[in-house]
Design a protein around this ligand. Sequence first.
Ligand SMILES: [Zn+2]
Length: 301
Amino acid sequence: MIICDTHCDTLYMRALEPEAKPCVTMENMKRGGMSLQTCTLFAGSKGMSDHPHDKALDEYAAFERLADSEGWEKVDSPLEAEEGKVKILLSVEGGEIFEGSVERVHEFHARGIRMAALTWNNENEIGYPAKGGTKNGIKPQGWEILKAMASLRMAADTSHLNEAGFWDLIDRHSQPPMASHSCAAKLCPHFRNLTDEQIRAMAARGGWIGVNFYPRFLREDGKAGVKDIVDHIDHMCQLGAAKNVGFGSDFDGIEYTPFDCQSPADIPAILEELRRRGYSEEAVEDIAGRNFLNYYRRLGY
Ligand SMILES: [Zn+2]
């Protein structure tokens, strides 16, 4: 079975927090049967003023060191994912990494970046974050960036983006958008989570959603486990997103993990819980990875 995960912050940890111990290791990915782990280049928490482009290059260098020392292998197309082999898809988180420049989009595409979260929790040249509740949509400069992304088939990731920006993408972007690490607000009200209306729209538009494993996005009391991850997946399936949902763990970017899902090695426990609830093998394989690969097929891969 092909298993994909669409968000982790391991490269930021490796590049900028050398004392931290990442849980996304080659050993854990192999133990969990991962096929495609998305590793993001994160802009950092301080926004446009804090050299996000340089940070992203440091994180890319951390990836290159892992490629040299441990054989981490990046893909040019997510469709290169195969069973029994761990491969890496690169993304960016925080469009300020592009510094408002179409050339930067091309530069990161040339490095293998195939997905870009338009914002983190700060305003940038593209748009506004969900945090803060701004009512403005995508900026004119943001549309220039988005046009360049679409021409390169770079997925537009709405996790962290505000609602006005989200609906702009649903209504006006030439390609279906995605949310690489977002949960359902109905089960856990949080500005980072998606409303039922957003989830339905994402499915109707042919988009994709990776359920985040952060316990505070899964449950209001923050005491979450595999059952809660599956509750969010199940809720999205009931809203019509059974072909549009999967995993967006956020490992190495979250303060703590679910008690029974602490690294990629524990992903099979989620698959087991889906089976236990009566999901067919076909449906489990969709959620594990096929939905994500089909999303990229819709982008033209
Ligand atoms: Zn994030």
